[in-house]
Design a protein around this ligand. Structure first.
Ligand code: OFO
Length: 178
C-alpha cells in the first residue's frame, strides 16, 4: 500500500529538519575548528554525517513506499556561540526538539493507521534516546571543565576518537528498490 499524502508531507518536512540538523552541526564543526579544538570538530563532523544518514533513511523509505522525497530550502544555522557550554546547550535543545518532532510523526502514523511507517519510526525513537544522552553527557563534561584548559584538552582528545558508524554509509548510498 502506497504511503498517504499527509504522511509523505510530514516525512518531507522531517527530511528538511534532519538536513538542517546536519547543517547546524557542520556549522559547529567549523566553529570548533576555528577554536583550535579538532576533537570537538571531529565529533560535530560525525554528527553532521549521522544527520545526513537520518535524512537519507527517510528519503529511501519514501521511495520504498511509492512516495517521493521533495527537498525544501534550508535556513542558515548559527555560526558562532559565546562558549562551549552554550554550544552544547544548543545541541541538547535541538535534539529535544527533534525528539518532539519524531513523536508527532508517530502520533500521525497511528492516526492514519499507517503501521509500516509507525514501525519504521521506532528506529528514530530509539536513536533520539541515544542522541539526547550523548549530547547531555558532553554538556555535563564541558560544564565541569569550565575554564580548566587541561580538562578541555583531555575532552578534545576523547572526542577525536569518535568515528562514523559503518552502518551509516550504505544507508546514505542506498538506491531505492525498483
Ligand atoms: Fe540528531 O537526530 Fe536526527 O536530527
Amino acid at each position: 500500500m502506497s504511503i498517504k499524502n499527509e504522511m509523505q508531507d510530514a516525512i518531507n518536512d522531517q527530511i528538511q529538519a534532519e538536513m538542517f540538523s546536519a547543517y547546524l552541526y557542520l556549522s559547529m564543526a567549523s566553529w570548533f575548528d576555528d577554536e583550535d579544538l579538532p576533537g570537538f570538530s571531529n565529533w560535530m563532523r560525525c554528527q553532521y554525517m549521522e544527520e545526513t544518514m537520518h535524512a537519507m533513511k527517510f528519503f529511501n523509505f519514501l521511495n520504498d513506499r511509492g512516495g517521493r522525497a521533495e527537498l525544501k530550502p534550508l535556513e542558515g544555522p548559527d555560526t558562532k556561540w559565546n562558549s562551549y557550554i552554550e554550544a552544547f546547550e544548543a545541541v541538547v535543545k535541538h535534539e529535544e526538539y527533534i525528539s518532539g518532532r519524531i513523536n508527532k510523526l508517530v502520533t500521525l502514523s497511528r492516526k492514519l493507521e499507517d503501521y509500516a511507517t509507525e514501525s519504521f519510526l521506532m528506529w528514530y525513537v530509539d536513536e533520539q534516546v541515544e542522541e539526547e544522552d550523548s549530547a547531555n553527557e558532553i554538556l555535563s563534561k564541558v560544564k565541569r571543565i569550565k575554564t580548566d584548559s587541561n580538562g578541555l584538552f583531555m575532552l578534545d582528545k576523547e572526542l577525536a576518537s569518535r568515528a562514523l558508524s559503518p552502518a551509516a554509509v550504505p544507508t546514505i548510498l542506498a538506491q531505492p528498490i525498483i
